[in-house]
Write a protein that binds this ligand. Sequence first.
Ligand SMILES: [Zn+2]
Ligand SMILES: [Zn+2]
Length: 108
Amino acid sequence: MPDITHQRCHNHRQREAVARCPECGRFFCRECITEHADKVICAACLRGMVEPSGKTSNRFQGVLQLGHFLLGILILYILFYYLAQILLALPSDFHEGTLWQTGWWTGS
Ligand SMILES: [Zn+2]
Ligand SMILES: [Zn+2]
């Protein structure tokens, strides 16, 4: 183990290091190092350790997006259902020619 008293903080070159980060192996002063889960760790590595929980929230957002996606499909399905109902209703009128046989323009 190297002599820590001769090491300088990775962020503050003028400050003496008080601890070494076990994650990145760099030396840091008291201000730059924090305790996390019974481990002394630097701020940069702490951010790296916090990120997985951020990914969990991203996954939660993914579930939300999937919900929106399924909702969109449901809405499209309903729209197509009613569109199909209209299309099924329309041709019968056209094919039977009721629209043309009413003859409103002839006055009969
Ligand atoms: Zn570190
Ligand atoms: Zn520092």
